[in-house]
Design a protein around this ligand. Sequence first.
Ligand code: UFG
Length: 337
Amino acid sequence: MNILVTGGAGYIGSHAVRQLVKAGHNVVILDNLSYGHKQSLPDGVPFYQTDIAETNKVEEILRTHRIEAVMHFAAFISVGESVEKPLRYYRNNTAGAMSLLEAMERAGVKRFVFSSTAATYGEPAEVPIYETTPQNPINPYGRSKWFVEQILKDIAAADPDFRFIAFRYFNVAGASADASIGEDHQPETHLIPLVLFAAMGKRPNIKVFGTDYPTEDGTCIRDYVHVDDLIAAHILAVETLGNAPQAAAANTFYNLGIGRGYSVKEILDASEKVVGGKIPTVHGERRPGDPAKLYANSDKVQKELGWKPQHTDTEEVIATAWKWHTTHPNGYSGSSF
Ligand code: UFG
């Protein structure tokens, strides 16, 4: 299929580009490079440094490349920043998605795979979280994605030819097996890269945010899904959407997590095994807005799309991240400290 990947120079989008190309699809990348990395772009894949808000330009790209489906990764992702700057999040994540969907409507592109988030559940009423668990996002980031989910339902109701699949991501982690691409956020806020930075001496230590949660070891529990497994689900989704007889699995939402939670302490223990030494750790206060336990029930995506995560051992996931960070200690911007 001819597929446009927005945010294709970002952490998750760059892994999507690699896997789509490998699966034989014709990929076009769109990224405004506000956070994405030019160095992650593969040779030979058309790239446009364009913002999703540029509706006319996006329409032209869709037409030029006869795009059949869009995978939409371009978005802001920081919960804390979204609380400080809500308009920035609604502008980019919600209005930006609307602009993209408008360009698709004008160009007659009817297939859409959307990156939503477990943050749309807020403080969930139950764990594991099912797709039917009530959604009650507690920050602008979660709401900015939740709004897009509602918009997609409305478009699908209005246009019988439009088909979407939206994934609610849990904690995406790891890097490509060959360590050619990986996670490079500025600033970095995610647990696994920060733990590994402490192991590398790039930071003095890792601070555990809260040790008094109602969990077995007192630290928060999350569901860490390897980025390549996450993308494998997107490829199953886009191929399903492009395949009329299987279209029953369209216009729906799937949790993307491995269905098992790991505590911060367990991630630290696993990381110490991977790096082969102690990682300097300090205990700190709880981070505001962190629920104690978030992990998915992912039976729906496994049953309906046939998805099966390959990296269910956290040590293996962390090992791929470790290989990336140690070979790229300054991320994409150089290879020395
Ligand atoms: N943590 C620490 N120390 C740190 C960083 C994180 O102890 O320095 C803890 C957090 O408190 C949390 C866990 O590690 O318990 C994971 O934190 P991350 O920041 O890596 O990830 P979150 O679970 O907060 O957020 C992720 C995505 C968000 C998304 C959310 C959905 O990054 O985009 O899941 O629930 F909104």
